[in-house]
Design a protein around this ligand. Structure first.
Ligand SMILES: Cc1cc2nc3c(=O)[nH]c(=O)nc-3n(C[C@H](O)[C@H](O)[C@H](O)COP(=O)(O)O)c2cc1C
Length: 172
C-alpha cells in the first residue's frame, strides 16, 4: 500500500465492535506517535491510554463520541514543555500543533494496522481535565477511540468530500 492509499483508506469510525485492540498494535501506534516531530524537539506530549471501565466512563461523561470503542487515547500537552514563538507581540505556542502531528502519526499507523479510529474534539475539555485528572499544566487536545469497526459501520458520506486542490492551493 502506498502512503497515499493509506491516507485514503483511513476514515472516521463511528461504531466499534467488541473486538479488543491487541497490545502489540497499541504499542506500535504509540511508537509511531513517538517518532513525530515537535517544535525545538521539546516533545510536550502526554498520552493517556484509557481502557478500564472507570476510565472509559470518564470519557462517556464528557463526550458522546466514544462510539463503543474499548480503547481511547487521550492526547494532551504540557504548557511547561511546549516551545513558544516569541518573535511577535502575539505569542504562538506549539503544544496543540505538536500534539496534532503526533496524533496524525498515530491515526495513520492505526490505519496501516487495520485498526479503526476517530479524531474527537467534541468533548468538555475542562470537565475531562478535572475528572482524569490532568495536572494543572496539562491541556487536552483530542480523544482518539481505537478498535475495530462494527460490521454495519460505514464511512460517513463526507469522507470522500474534499475541496478541489485549486480551491486551497495557490501557486505563486
Ligand atoms: C480537529 C478535528 C475534530 C474532530 N472532532 C470530531 C468529533 O468530535 N466527533 C466525530 O465524530 N468526528 C470528529 N472529527 C472527524 C471529522 O468529522 C472527519 O475527519 C471529517 O468529517 C472527514 O471525514 P473522514 O475522517 O471520515 O475522512 C474531527 C476531526 C478533526 C480533524
Amino acid at each position: 500500500m502506498t502512503f497515499l492509499e493509506l491516507c485514503k483508506k483511513r476514515y472516521s469510525c463511528r461504531k466499534y465492535s467488541d473486538k479488543p485492540l491487541e497490545k502489540e498494535k497499541l504499542d506500535q501506534i504509540l511508537e509511531a506517535a513517538q517518532t513525530a516531530p515537535s517544535a525545538h524537539n521539546q516533545q510536550p506530549w502526554k498520552i493517556y491510554v484509557l481502557q478500564s471501565p472507570e476510565a472509559l466512563a470518564k470519557v462517556d461523561a464528557v463526550s458522546p463520541c466514544r462510539y463503543g470503542a474499548g480503547t481511547v487515547l487521550a492526547f494532551a500537552y504540557s504548557s511547561d514543555e511546549e516551545w513558544v514563538n516569541n518573535r511577535e507581540e502575539t505569542k504562538y505556542p506549539s503544544g496543540q500543533i505538536d500534539v496534532s502531528i503526533m496524533a496524525t502519526h498515530a491515526i495513520l499507523q492505526a490505519a496501516e494496522l487495520d485498526v479503526d479510529s476517530t479524531w474527537v474534539m467534541d468533548f468538555s475539555f475542562d470537565a475531562f481535565k478535572k475528572s482524569l485528572p490532568l495536572a494543572d499544566n496539562e491541556y487536552p487536545v483530542l480523544l482518539m477511540p481505537l478498535g475495530y469497526a462494527a460490521d454495519d459501520c460505514q464511512p460517513a458520506p463526507v469522507h470522500v468530500v474534499r475541496k478541489p486542490l485549486d480551491e486551497f492551493v495557490t501557486c505563486m
